[in-house]
Design a protein around this ligand. Structure first.
Ligand SMILES: *Cc1c(COP(=O)(O)O)cnc(C)c1O
Length: 501
C-alpha cells in the first residue's frame, strides 16, 4: 500500500515514510492510494476475535511494508493490561437493545486519544528502523489538555524518542495540569507557557520551521516530529474500533450479521469520524455517520450547506476537546469524495487559508449529505443530556459523550430511523468531572469544591471507581515546574536535547 498527499504534489510512498513525515511537505495529508476491502467473511471472522486480533486484521493491509511481527509487536505494546483497564480494550455498554455506547476511554489518560497514541510511538519507531533513520525523534506537542497527556503516556520511555509538551499556564483544567506535571519517564519534558493556547501553538510551530533549530537539534542526534491527529499512524488505529463495535453487536445478537448500523461521533478535528468513513468504505455495514458538534458548529453548517466557514466567534464550552473551528481531517474526506481530485482540494484549502471559507461542488455536497447527518448541543443541552442519560439508563457520561447522545435524540426525532446505533464515548466521566458532578449532584452540592474533591463525590454518587490515571493525582510528586515565556521555548528545547545527546 502506498500513500499520497491530498494536495497531489508529494508521494506515492510507503506507510513507514508517511508515518515518519506526519504531514506531507506540500502541506497536504497522506491518504492511501487504494481502497482496502474487508469481505463479509473477514468481518464474520472478527466476531470471535480479541481486540488485538481485530487490530491486526485491519492494520495489516494498510501497513504492507511492515513485517507481520512488527505490526503484532506494536499492537501488543499498545493494547495490554498495563495500559488499558478493561480486557476488551474498547467495550460496548448497552443502554438498550437498539442503543450502545462504545467506551474509548479505558486507556491511561481516560480519553479516546489513547486508542491511537498508545500505538503511534511503536509504529513510528518501527518506521524509523525501516527507513534507515539514524537520528532519534523529538516530538514537540502544543496542547490544550487531552493530546499532551496522551502523547506523554504513549511516548514515555519509548527508545530513540523524546517528547516535550507545552501547555498554556492558565489554559488547562486542574486535573489536566496535574496529569501532565506529575508525568514520569526518562525522555519527557513538560513546560507551562505564559500565554494562551495560540501563543503556545505558534511557539511550537515556529520551532518546527526554524532551520537553525533543526540543525542544532540534529547535532544532538535528533529530528523533529509531530504526534498530532493528521498523522496517518493515528488515523488507521481508529478504524479498528468501528469494526470491533460491529463484531461485538453481532456477537451479542443485537445486530443481524450484515445489517447496517449508525455511529454517532462527538467531533472536533474530524479524525474520529473520518475513521468511521474509512471503515464504511472498507465494507463495514454503516448506514449513517452522525456528526455531533458543540456550539462551535462549523461542521453542522458545512454538512447542511456545503459551505465551510470558520469566520465566527470561537466559543469556550464544557466539551473543550471539541472547541475547534478548523477540522483538519476534513481534507481527507474531500479528497476521497471527489475521486482523488487534488486540484479541487488545493483550491478549497487555499480559499480556507485566504478567506476562512470555501464552498464544495454539488456532487461532493450531495455525497456528504447522503452519508453524514449533523446537529449540535449547546452547554445547557449537554448538561441535561448527562442528567437524562443517568435518569433513563443509570449510565454516567462525560460532556463530550453527552453531546453525542443529545444529537442522537435529535437525529431519531428528525428521521424516525431506529436502526441499531452506537454512540462513541470519547472520555471517562471522571475526566471532565466538574461539569458531570454539577449536572448529576446539582449546583449547590458542588459549588466551591475543587476538582479533586469532586472526583470522590462523583465516585460515591455513581458507584464507579476513580480511574487509576486520575486517582491520587493531588498527592503525586510534581516533576515538571518550569514556566517559560514564549521566547524561552527554543532555549528549553536546546537544553532538553543537550541533556539527552
Ligand atoms: C479529541 C477529542 C474529541 C474530538 O475528536 P476529533 O478526532 O478531533 O474529532 C472528542 N472528545 C474528546 C474527549 C477528545 O479528547
Amino acid at each position: 500500500m502506498l500513500y499520497t498527499s491530498t494536495r497531489g504534489e508529494y508521494g506515492p510512498l510507503p506507510a513507514a515514510e508517511a508515518i515518519k513525515l506526519g504531514i506531507a511537505p506540500d502541506s497536504g495529508l497522506f491518504v492511501p492510494t487504494e481502497r482496502v476491502m474487508m469481505s463479509m467473511k473477514d468481518i464474520q471472522d472478527m466476531v470471535g476475535m480479541s481486540y488485538q486480533q481485530r487490530a491486526d486484521k485491519i492494520l495489516g493491509p494498510y501497513l504492507t511494508d511492515f513485517a507481520s511481527n512488527e505490526i503484532r509487536c506494536s499492537i501488543d505494546h499498545a493494547y495490554n493490561a498495563n495500559s488499558f483497564d478493561h480486557p476488551e480494550v474498547a467495550p460496548l455498554a448497552e443502554l438498550d437493545t437498539r442503543l450502545s455506547v462504545l467506551e474509548l476511554w479505558h486507556g491511561p489518560t481516560c480519553a479516546f486519544k489513547d486508542m491511537a497514541l498508545q500505538i503511534l510511538p511503536h509504529l513510528l519507531v518501527t518506521s524509523m528502523q525501516k527507513t534507515g533513520e539514524s537520528a532519534g525523534i523529538l516530538i514537540l506537542v502544543a496542547t490544550s489538555g487531552d493530546t499532551g497527556k496522551a502523547a506523554l503516556e504513549g511516548f514515555k520511555d519509548v527508545p530513540r524518542t523524546a517528547i516535550m509538551v507545552f501547555y498554556p499556564e492558565k489554559g488547562v483544567s486542574e486535573v489536566q495540569k496535574m496529569q501532565m506535571v506529575t508525568q514520569e519517564g526518562g525522555n519527557v519534558g513538560v513546560y507551562a507557557v505564559r500565554g494562551n493556547f495560540d501563543d503556545t501553538q505558534s511557539g511550537v510551530k515556529a520551532i518546527f520551521g526554524d532551520v537553525a533549530m533543526q540543525q542544532a537539534v540534529a547535532e544532538c542526534g535528533y529530528k523533529f516530529s509531530s504526534a498530532n491527529s493528521i498523522n496517518w499512524g493515528r488515523l488507521a488505529p481508529q478504524i479498528v474500533y468501528y469494526f470491533s463495535a460491529y463484531a461485538d453487536l453481532v456477537r451479542r445478537g443485537h445486530v443481524q450479521f450484515g445489517e447496517a448500523v449508525n455511529f454517532v461521533v462527538p467531533t472536533g478535528n474530524f479524525g474520529n469520524i473520518l475513521a468511521g468513513f474509512y471503515a464504511r468504505q472498507m465494507g463495514l455495514p454503516v448506514h449513517r455517520l452522525v456528526c455531533a458538534a458543540n456550539e462551535n458548529n462549523v461542521l453542522t453548517d458545512f454538512i447542511a450547506s456545503g459551505i465551510y466557514d470558520r469566520n465566527r466567534d470561537f466559543k469556550r464550552t464544557i466539551s473543550p476537546s471539541m472547541d475547534i473551528l478548523i477540522s483538519s481531517n476534513l481534507e481527507r474526506l474531500l479528497y476521497e469524495l471527489t475521486g482523488h481530485d487534488a486540484s479541487k482540494v488545493r483550491q478549497w484549502m487555499a480559499d480556507l487559508a485566504a478567506k476562512g471559507r470555501y464552498t464544495v461542488d454539488d456532487s461532493t455536497r450531495e455525497q456528504i449529505q447522503a452519508l453524514f447527518w449533523s446537529d449540535y448541543a449547546d452547554d445547557a443541552a449537554t448538561m441535561s443530556s448527562i442528567k437524562e442519560t443517568h435518569r433513563r439508563y443509570g449510565y454516567v457520561v462525560d460532556t463530550h459523550t453527552a453531546v453525542g447522545l443529545h444529537v442522537y435524540d435529535l437525529y431519531r426525532h428528525s428521521t424516525g430511523d431506529d436502526r441499531p446505533t452506537v454512540v462513541l464515548s470519547t472520555a471517562s466521566p471522571f475526566k471532565f468531572n466538574a461539569s458531570v458532578a454539577k449536572a448529576l449532584l446539582g449546583e449547590e452540592r458542588t459549588a466551591g469544591r475543587d476538582e479533586f474533591a469532586l472526583l470522590q463525590m462523583l465516585s460515591d454518587f455513581s458507584g464507579l471507581p476513580v480511574p487509576s490515571g486520575l486517582s491520587g493525582l493531588a498527592e503525586r510528586r510534581i516533576r515538571h515546574l518550569t514556566v517559560a515565556d514564549r521566547e524561552q521555548m527554543p532555549g528549553a528545547v536546546l537544553e532538553f536535547v543537550k541533556q539527552r545527546r
